[in-house]
Design a protein around this ligand. Structure first.
Ligand code: SAM
Length: 216
């Protein structure tokens, strides 16, 4: 069965306490409203089944995490993980990240993770790619100054595109590798995602960059 088509997933999510429903009502007071604190907010866009963000949230109780996923049936898997091992510092949003600026105010996000984002190989779909210039502009608006985007992929064409898109952006490249799993220092705090496990065990090198948001 394709994950995107699990019957009833939309209804299940609509009533789930781990999911933020009124997503445009907390802009400007997100951490306080949702988590009841002022701790940093870190988000993963295109979270999939959520292993990565669940692990991060488990390791860092003093940071607020939000997993964002477009499809209900995929999000359902992340919710199931949260139901087995409830973490107070982890919530989910079902949305297309195109509208991310409706959810977070300027500087409200501390860090953004993009893991194995869909490549959208056709040129006419380039703006849908999560590390595209169009998305970088949105990330610039919601990240604090000095905030970070971390991007991992095994798709070299997408990674080359992502590096090219940095040239006209408000971000500076801080770290970059074309073979993450052979880079001891960048691997130090690496958390494998579901896709990373699949592609690296097939022998694909994993590319990663870390970029920093400029002031403004
Ligand atoms: N990050 C996970 C991993 O590394 O295992 C999943 C990678 S999967 C290839 C990409 C995920 O991003 C899919 O679950 C897809 O639905 C989601 N996605 C793609 N575009 C999105 C968007 N614009 N907004 C939110 N989620 C998106």
């Amino acid at each position: 069965m394709r994950l995107r088509n699990i019957t009833g997933s939309r209804e299940y999510i609509a009533q789930n306490p781990f999911v933020i429903h009124d997503i445009d009502k907390h802009k400007g007071s997100f951490a306080r409203d949702i988590f009841g604190n002022e701790a940093p907010v870190r988000i993963e866009i295109g979270m999939g089944k959520g292993r990565f963000i669940h692990t991060l949230a488990e390791m860092n109780a003093d940071i607020n995490y939000v997993g964002i996923e477009k499809y209900s049936s995929v999000l359902l898997r992340a919710i199931q993980k949260q139901e087995e091992n409830e973490l107070l510092n982890l919530k989910f949003i079902r949305m297309d990240a195109e509208y991310i600026c409706d959810v977070f105010d300027k500087g409200e996000v501390d860090r953004i993770y993009l893991n194995f984002s869909d490549p959208w190989p056709k040129d006419r779909h380039a703006k849908r790619r999560l590390p595209s210039g169009a998305f970088l502009e949105r990330y610039h608006r919601i990240l604090k100054s000095g905030g970070i985007v971390e991007f991992k992929t095994d798709n070299r064409a997408l990674f080359d595109f992502a590096l090219e898109e940095l040239k006209d952006s408000d971000f500076d490249l801080m770290e970059c590798t074309f073979d993450l799993h052979s880079d001891a220092s960048m691997m130090e705090d690496n958390i494998m995602t579901e896709y990373e496990e699949r592609f690296s065990s097939a022998g694909n090198p994993i590319c990663k960059y870390i970029i920093v948001n400029r002031q403004g």
